[in-house]
Design a protein around this ligand. Sequence first.
Ligand SMILES: [Zn+2]
Length: 88
Amino acid sequence: MPPLKPHLRSMMKADQVRRLCLCPVCGKLGDEREMVRVGPMGCLAHDRCVFEQLGEGILNLPQEQRVKFTLAAVGPDMMRRLVADAKG
Ligand SMILES: [Zn+2]
């Protein structure tokens, strides 16, 4: 494949940057599609960072945010509660 034209490359880069945002908890970048929206400002943070801050409070988040938590972030016990609560 020939190398990408410069303007195409910059478009791709812009697209990647648009999907990243800074986590207010750990100060690192994350993919906004995978991050959880919390708080009155609606800021996005990593699932593991939100869990670190809120603990069981994540069970009170709206369903569309709760589904973003991963087993790796919250552990099997909280994951079970998230799932069980969603069904009930
Ligand atoms: Zn974070």
